[in-house]
Design a binder for this molecule. Structure first.
Ligand code: V0D
Length: 231
């Protein structure tokens, strides 16, 4: 039975959940933001070492300007509401993704969250922001080419390739959860999930409670992970 150190979540279904209740899509995103806090606290209490949440994909820029503008305000909302509690719980905030394309005032709040929690030694709450996995892999290849050009002698291996990924400091992804019924990976952590367990649930993200999260951890514990070997 293997330990679950790193859980990654595709927090899908906020807009659809809101619409089904007669609310604007933005209301779904707002409730979804509170739920990031709820699940982060539950994960921390369950002894998870790292929780990666897919907050904004490289594809999300295609949404309406109004929606993108609204989403970019959520880090402020989250920070203001929850930073004290995250500090108390010793949770450390980190980011993966192409941060240079995030609007300046949002980027500032993100940096503030990273800086303020950088000495915390508890669970890592890692936000995937303007993240796309193919982009991450291509970026890694270009960084390797640059290192070679500047005279570094490297043989690319699975181990040192990992050093060029955004996730280089995080443990292996043990479990991926996707909420709201879609059964695909959508350019999230392609390299990292080679041996991950996958759980797809029909529950939309705003209704994915800590109890349901703990059920997923329980489900994970009952799986027999083989990593391609026999026994
Ligand atoms: C919307 C459901 C928290 C998924 C969750 C800018 C989509 C709520 C953050 C957040 C989003 C990010 C960084 C940070 C603190 C909080 C967030 C976005 C979307 C995209 F330091 N929720 N959240 N960011 N949603």
């Amino acid at each position: 039975m293997s330990e679950c150190k790193h859980v990654a979540i595709i927090m899908d279904g906020n807009g659809r959940w809101a619409k089904s209740k007669g609310y604007p899509r933005t209301q779904g995103h707002l409730v979804g933001t509170d739920n990031v806090r709820n699940i982060a606290i539950a994960a921390n209490d369950a002894g998870i070492k790292a929780l990666t949440v897919y907050a904004f994909s490289t594809e999300n820029w295609k949404r309406s300007k109004e929606e993108v503008d609204y989403l970019m305000k959520l880090p402020f909302v989250f920070f203001k509401k929850f930073i004290d509690e995250l500090m108390e719980k010793n949770i450390k905030i980190t980011m993966i993704g192409e941060m240079s394309e995030i609007p300046k005032d949002t980027a500032k709040v993100l940096q503030k969250a990273i800086d303020q929690t950088s000495s915390n030694t508890g669970m890592v709450l890692n936000f995937a922001m303007n993240y796309g996995s193919r982009n991450e892999i291509v970026r890694a290849v270009n960084n390797i080419l640059n290192d070679v050009k500047s005279g570094k002698e490297i043989n690319v291996t699975e181990e040192n390739f990992n050093d060029y990924l955004y996730t280089n400091n995080l443990p292996e992804v043990d479990l991926v959860i996707r909420t709201s019924g879609e059964q695909r990976i959508s350019n999230f952590l392609l390299w990292q999930i080679a041996y991950s367990e996958l759980i797809f649930t029909d529950v939309p993200w705003p209704e994915f409670t800590p109890d349901k999260f703990l059920e997923c951890l329980d489900n994970f514990k009952n799986r027999d992970r083989r990593f391609g070997g026999i026994k």
